[in-house]
Write a protein that binds this ligand. Structure first.
Ligand code: FES
Ligand SMILES: [Fe+2]
Length: 453
């Protein structure tokens, strides 16, 4: 049933994703520690999937470029004169020098730091010194940078090292339609924290593929599970959470949100941050004392009615549950995101070039940006001024906080990675609500064994 005014078009809720069957094998320690397994993943999986690497708004003008690393590769993304983006391996075709080392810049030509061969934005070689000294002929006009498949969606740049890959839209499956209404391409980044983590990338993704840890790892010290459920405004109970897995390996978890849930405290008082959220939308938390279940629908109605007048023009295109609930997605293989009604929490783990026991972990936050929106952005790493210029910070784990929630997640990773070497660990014993973790590993195996979906 819809909460809208009569006559208003409310987008229908998205259907369940198709059912997947799992093989259910144990997840053993070597998957996280073995170099051999790391190489199998690289050769058969990382080099054959769409990887989210860059951001379009960070390279608006022709000649702007951005460079990101994934495993052993560095990928150079370049805005072309016609507005499209090309992606190249960041490697000179003379003798293999990396062309750029910075994260981004602007150029007409990429001049190699070794012997100054110059490559155009389009990847053509157009200058070499001593051009007449090549017995096999002048390489200009003959050699090109090695290009890889590149598409854009949601304002992000996606690349695929497999020349025979399926189009990005097909790879993303149902995610495309569910994300499109938010207009994510125009959202701005408000948190950009990256760290090297002493664990395999799957330790990170395993965690973001299950909510079983939420009531334990994220519980305030000494607090009861019910307290967390009551105050967060999110019902973390697996029985009311919806779990889905797509054919192409991505997962979705929807937790009912925007309400005080099944367990508000004895006096029925609604805690923070939900109380503040209600106030922002013109609702008095006191009116809901003792009936925390009712805040969700009230919030949906308030957002649907007031959203467009408050600068959230896309609320019209969202379903009722998108207006309140926690939509967590994990995109195969290495990208996890929580899509909130006004925030996009970006979590990514990139494999280390040589060490299976390390990864590069990104914790970023995007939020809508429009002149009408002036309230600070509420993120899991703190409150950020909407006009702030956000610098990307890269640091070693523990040097700086990533915000309480992510610090809590990160706190368990090193211990788990070390224990993966133990002779006393014979592999996982998973709960039903950890099926998405199981599926991540089964998909990795499918790729390795040549059965990619
Ligand atoms: S390696 Fe690039 S010019 Fe020699
Ligand atoms: Fe967590």
């Amino acid at each position: 049933m819809s909460n809208s005014d009569p006559g208003q078009q409310v987008p229908p809720e998205f259907p369940a994703w198709p059912k997947q069957s799992l093989r259910g094998h144990k997840l053993e320690g070597h998957r996280y520690t073995s170099r051999e397994f790391m190489h199998l993943e690289w050769d058969h999986m990382w080099t054959r999937v769409w990887l989210l690497l860059g951001r379009e708004d960070e390279m608006p003008a022709p000649g702007d470029w951005q460079q990101e690393e994934v495993g052993a590769e560095s990928i150079l993304m370049v805005r072309q004169s016609g507005g499209d983006i090309k992606a190249f391996y960041n490697v000179c075709q003379h003798r293999g020098q990396r062309l750029v080392s910075a994260a981004r810049g602007h150029t007409n030509r990429f001049v190699c730091p070794y012997h100054s061969w110059a490559w155009t934005r389009e990847g053509e070689l157009d200058f070499v010194q001593d051009a007449d000294d090549f017995p096999q002929g002048n390489p200009c006009g003959k050699l090109r940078l090695a290009e890889l498949k590149c598409e854009t969606f949601a304002g992000f740049i996606w690349v695929n090292m497999d020349p025979d890959c399926v189009p990005l839209r097909e790879f993303l499956g149902p995610i495309w339609d569910e994300w499109e209404p938010y207009g994510l391409a125009s959202w701005k980044r408000y948190v950009a924290l990256s760290t090297t983590a002493p664990c395999n990338w799957k330790v990170v993704l395993d965690n973001f593929n299950e909510s079983y840890h939420v009531n334990t790892v994220h519980r305030p010290r000494g607090a009861a599970v019910e307290k967390l459920r009551a105050d967060s405004g999110i019902d973390t109970n697996y029985k009311t959470t919806r779990f889905d897995m797509a054919d192409t390996g991505h997962s979705r978890m929807i937790m009912r949100g925007g309400y005080a849930g099944p367990a508000i405290d004895e006096e029925g008082i609604i805690g923070e941050p939900l109380a503040s959220v209600l106030r922002e939308w013109g609702l008095d938390p006191e009116d809901f004392r003792g009936r925390g279940e009712d805040t969700r629908e009230a919030l949906q109605q308030a957002r649907r009615k007031l959203g467009p007048t408050m600068g959230y023009d896309y609320f019209d295109r969202l379903t009722d549950t998108q207006l309140t609930d926690a939509y967590h997605y994990t995109l195969f293989p290495n990208f996890a995101v929580s899509v909130w009604v006004d925030g996009f929490h970006f979590l990514r783990a990139r494999p280390h070039p040589t060490d299976p026991e390390k990864c590069l972990f990104d914790n970023w936050w995007y939020a809508p940006d429009s002149p009408q929106l002036t309230e600070p952005v509420r993120t899991t790493s703190g409150v950020v001024d909407r006009k702030a210029t956000v610098e990307h910070e890269l640091f070693e784990l523990g040097e700086k906080s990533m915000g309480l929630t992510i610090d809590q997640d990160l706190s368990v990773f090193p211990g788990q990675q070390r224990a993966m070497h133990s002779r006393g660990y014979s592999g996982s014993y998973l709960a039903g609500q950890e099926s998405r973790t199981q599926r991540l590993h089964e998909l990795v195996d499918d790729y390795i064994e040549g059965r990619r979906p």
